[in-house]
Design a protein around this ligand. Structure first.
Ligand SMILES: *[C@@H]1O[C@H](CO)[C@@H](O)[C@H](O)[C@H]1NC(C)=O
Ligand SMILES: *[C@@H]1O[C@H](CO)[C@@H](O)[C@H](O)[C@H]1NC(C)=O
Ligand SMILES: *[C@@H]1O[C@H](CO)[C@@H](O)[C@H](O)[C@H]1NC(C)=O
Ligand SMILES: *[C@@H]1O[C@H](CO)[C@@H](O)[C@H](O)[C@H]1NC(C)=O
Ligand SMILES: *[C@@H]1O[C@H](CO)[C@@H](O)[C@H](O)[C@H]1NC(C)=O
Ligand SMILES: *[C@@H]1O[C@H](CO)[C@@H](O)[C@H](O)[C@H]1NC(C)=O
Ligand SMILES: *[C@@H]1O[C@H](CO)[C@@H](O)[C@H](O)[C@H]1NC(C)=O
Ligand SMILES: *[C@@H]1O[C@H](CO)[C@@H](O)[C@H](O)[C@H]1NC(C)=O
Ligand SMILES: *[C@@H]1O[C@H](CO)[C@@H](O)[C@H](O)[C@H]1NC(C)=O
Length: 793
């Protein structure tokens, strides 16, 4: 049940703080959204950015990326998961599993359990009803979790199995499966509570980023008397036991190990802390966050409160359409699950800087997620930026992705550069060491990383940096010597523009010119002879002798070793977002550019995207994210609204199957949020393209000081969403874009009039295309961008 009374707008400042406390927006979050049909989201329990993600692990012969599957059997309930990732599962470690009856062999694969009823999930709470009759409820804090067992009263022995070797496996056959490499388990008497508790560690490797071995330490308490047996397996993979009895500890790098606790009460709770630093810290984490005697209800409410105050209450509306509110708050939820805040938990180096992990990946999140995080969570965003620089300082590269304290995998360019440039132009300074950030960017731009021999593409590194750099430096384009040559070339161009942007801001004029020049290199891949559907000129593969034949509507396998990664040549040919005026020119001018965009959204022209009406446009993948908004660059804002609104309403639903593809760590959800807000960020620039907001009113809190962006619409409905006119901070507006400094830096207002018919209201200057002008003009434009002197653009 949702109470609409709680959603009255917060009008009076006098009652504001009391009102905020009482607003339970968490009730609108549907935590099973995106869990099936490839969305891969995590439906278990997590605090915002929480290191612990406690939830079920299921097996049905297919990769369970978040642990969850809608079918199959439970094999464990584990403390660490990712959300909305692909490629191969990661984590699914620090496990407990209830087992009834005498446990003959705790390592037997027969230890799994069916579902007696669908799982129950909501913010801060997860409940699994097992076929055996046991009910397991879960709650979690940042670094600890709680399991509450209700065992059936059928006379069978009541056990909890702790299997240190449990991980999520991969069945794709690409050598990306995780391995258990060893660990320890110790059973202690808790003299204070009088019950047993266990501590230990497990070491694992591999997974999607082909990580080096990493270790998690754990510390698990029970609230009931028990007996126990510890066990040691014959080796790291088999189910054969060599010892099974009441020994207090095992430590092994060659064998599986764990413990079975047997209870006589029917109700048992367990509190488990984790740490990546030490066993002592794992115990300290659980004692600090879930002290002895804490109820599941308290932990659950604490998580709800954290989401309300830290995330959901940053965006408020008087809207009453529950579906829209579900979509708004659910999307906000899923974009705050990753990365995870592991500050104080970095085992690799001592530092005063924050530490963030589980970056999956900037390739996915740099367009929509990080610019929105900057707005909603300036502290978190600044900590993330600082953490990236610290990783560069200690490891030599800040990568496009990172998990379990290990860089990788890099799908395209070094897109952390775009994240840095975006923060720089929008005035993020605080405690950020910008010289350090710039050094990290130059490293990406100048020093090819050593090849890590990834079987997915052995031609260069997938761990960090820019593997295809030797060609980029030598030729100004990338030959098929390297995998993903064309899609990397367009991304490297955007990355070089990011370097140029920060160079200019730091007063490094030679570097600025050099990287601005390099940012044009995507043009060397423009093959005017590539044609499709009546259009010519697309980004194509080439070597030193010239272009290779290529169909603009095929990306071959679209995988690591192909010319294009996960998107068509047609789609990538829109993606030099710093140099759009050149793309428009190369495409044949504004009118042809509009026609080309229209063809992108035309149903039935491309047979490869059945789920999306066989459009070339693919709403489920990031290289297409910005495309529907590009009409704004030729002042056809009406078409941007038409296309983007159609996509948002057709392909996104607040249901388990309601994402058009993999959530990609919240990237999809943040695309939807921008559509609802009615703006779209051009990452790395201060430009926000104007769309059409979904709500009569929306107030976004801009991180402290009472600054807000207030958005209103009048005349709108489900069928009337074309912009008729707009006022920005009370002034009539005729441009298809606003700048960061217009509405975000100090707050502001956007007041839209909407209607059922399209209108050509954008008659003013088109959005800046700073990569398309002379060096002097680009310098002037960029300087104006981060000085906020918008009139100079
Ligand atoms: C799930 O468990 C049931 C009962 O033990 C078993 O019959 C079935 O084969 C299991 N399913 C899978 C996918 O392992
Ligand atoms: C689950 O246990 C049943 C026997 O109880 C076994 O047939 C099945 O293979 C097991 N499934 C898994 C995933 O281990
Ligand atoms: C795991 O714990 C054992 C026993 O305390 C210890 O000897 C070992 O060094 C630990 N492993 C790691 C990687 O910390
Ligand atoms: C824990 O305490 C109980 C009861 O005092 C005792 O029977 C048991 O041997 C102790 N176990 C360990 C591991 O110290
Ligand atoms: C509520 O919002 C949903 C999603 O946008 C929409 O489909 C539905 O028509 C809306 N209901 C009303 C009554 O406007
Ligand atoms: C990240 O974690 C650290 C250590 O727990 C904490 O001090 C910091 O406030 C957290 N950052 C955010 C944005 O929550
Ligand atoms: C940039 O390119 C132009 C012409 O292509 C060249 O004249 C200039 O020297 C280059 N500048 C730098 C800094 O590389
Ligand atoms: C396009 O094809 C024509 C005719 O085959 C050829 O002369 C020209 O060099 C080609 N252009 C490019 C950019 O490959
Ligand atoms: C907007 O302008 C375009 C191009 O000039 C034109 O084709 C279109 O019909 C106009 N739309 C309206 C609603 O006037």
């Amino acid at each position: 049940m949702y109470s609409l009374l709680l959603l009255l707008p917060l009008v009076s400042p006098l009652v504001k703080s009391a009102a905020i406390r009482s607003v339970d927006l968490a009730g609108y979050v549907l935590t099973d959204t995106g869990t099936i049909n490839g969305g891969n989201t995590f439906p278990g329990v997590s605090r915002p950015l929480g290191m612990v993600k406690l939830g079920p692990d299921l097996y049905s012969g297919t990769d369970a990326y978040s642990g969850y599957l809608p079918n199959g059997n439970f094999t464990g309930f584990t403390m660490l998961h990712e959300s909305g990732t692909g490629g191969a599962p990661k984590y699914g470690v620090v496990s407990q599993m209830p087992v009834l009856g005498a446990v003959q062999n705790p390592l037997s694969d027969a230890i799994n359990d069916t579902r007696a009823a669908p799982d129950v999930t909501e913010i801060g709470y997860y409940k699994a009803s097992l076929g055996s009759g046991t009910v397991l409820e879960m709650a979690a804090t940042n670094k600890a979790g709680m399991f509450q067992y209700t065992f059936p009263t059928n006379g069978l022995a009541r056990n909890v199995l702790v299997d240190v070797s449990h991980v999520l496996s991969s069945y794709r056959g690409q050598g990306l499966e995780q391995h258990f490499l060893g660990g320890s388990i110790n059973v202690h008497n808790d003299t204070k509570a009088g019950y047993y508790y266990y501590t230990g560690n497990g070491t694992y490797d591999n997974g999607w980023n082909r990580a080096a071995p990493w270790t998690v330490h754990f510390c698990g308490y029970f609230d009931s008397p028990a007996t126990y047996k510890t066990f040691l397996g014959a080796d790291r993979t088999s189910a054969n036991l060599v010892e099974y009895g009441q020994k207090t500890s095992y430590s092994s790098t060659t064998a599986r190990l764990g413990a079975v606790f047997s209870f006589w009460k029917s109700s048992v709770t367990s509190r488990v802390g984790v740490s990546f630093v030490s066993e002592a810290q794992a115990c300290a984490n659980v004692k600090a966050e879930i002290p002895l005697g804490t109820s599941l209800a308290t932990v659950r409410q604490g998580t709800r409160d954290a989401w309300n105050s830290q995330v959901l209450q940053k965006v408020t509306t008087s809207e009453t359409n529950v579906t829209k509110l579900n979509q708004l708050y659910t999307a906000l939820y899923f974009m705050h699950l990753l990365p995870t805040n592991k500050t104080g938990e970095n085992p690799l180096w001592q530092s005063q800087e924050p530490y963030y992990d589980d970056i999956f990946t900037f390739w996915d999140t740099h367009r929509c997620t990080t610019p929105l995080l900057h707005i909603l969570q300036p502290n978190y965003h600044e900590e993330l930026i600082r953490s990236m620089i610290d990783i560069y300082r200690h490891e030599g590269y800040v990568s496009d992705a990172r998990s379990s304290f290990f860089n990788g995998a890099v799908q395209g360019g070094s897109n952390c550069d775009n994240v840095f440039a975006d923060a720089f132009v929008k005035g993020v300074r605080g405690k950020v060491d910008w010289e350090g950030a710039y050094a990290a960017m130059v490293k990406n731009a100048e020093v090819a990383p050593p090849n890590n021999n990834d079987p997915r593409d052995r031609t260069s590194s997938t761990k960090e940096g820019r593997g295809a750099l030797p060609d980029w430096l030598k030729y100004g384009y990338i030959t098929p010597t390297y995998g993903r040559s064309v899609s990397r070339a367009v991304e490297y161009s955007v990355n070089d523009f990011a370097v140029a942007t920060v160079a200019n801001g730091l007063g490094l004029q030679n570097d600025f010119q050099k990287y601005l020049n390099r940012s044009h290199n995507w043009r060397n891949h423009w093959n005017t002879n590539m044609t499709a559907l009546g259009f010519s000129g697309f980004l194509g593969p080439r070597n030193a002798n010239g272009f290779l034949a290529q169909d603009p509507l095929s990306c071959g396998g679209c995988y690591w070793a192909d010319y294009y990664y996960q998107a068509l040549p047609w789609e990538y040919s829109f993606n030099a977002h710093h140099d759009l005026d050149t793309i428009i020119k190369y495409s044949g001018g504004a009118d042809t550019f509009v026609k080309r965009l229209e063809m992108t959204f035309q149903p039935g022209v491309y047979s490869g995207n059945g789920a999306f009406g066989n459009t070339i446009f693919n709403p489920g993948n990031e290289p297409s994210f910005t495309t529907p908004y590009l009409y704004n660059f030729v002042n056809r804002q009406d078409l941007a609204v038409q296309r983007s609104r159609f996509i948002a309403k057709s392909y996104y639903k607040p249901t388990p199957g309601g994402l058009p593809g993999n959530s990609d760590a919240g990237a999809m959800e943040s695309w939807l949020l921008w559509n609802m807000i009615g703006l779209y960020p051009m990452t790395g620039q201060t430009t926000f393209l104007i769309g059409s907001p979904w709500f009569k009113d929306l107030t976004i809190s801009l991180g402290g000081g009472g600054k807000t962006l207030s958005i209103t619409t009048s005349g709108g409905s489900e069928d009337a969403y074309y912009v008729q006119s707009l006022k920005v901070n009370g002034e009539a507006w005729d441009k298809s874009w606003v700048s960061w400094y217009d509405v975000f830096a100090e707050g502001g207002s956007l007041d839209f009039v909407l209607g059922a018919e399209p209108k050509n209201w954008t008659t003013g200057a088109t959005p800046p295309s700073p990569g398309s002008v002379s060096v002097d003009d680009a310098r002037r434009m960029l300087t104006a961008m981060y000085k906020g002197s918008v009139s100079e653009l």
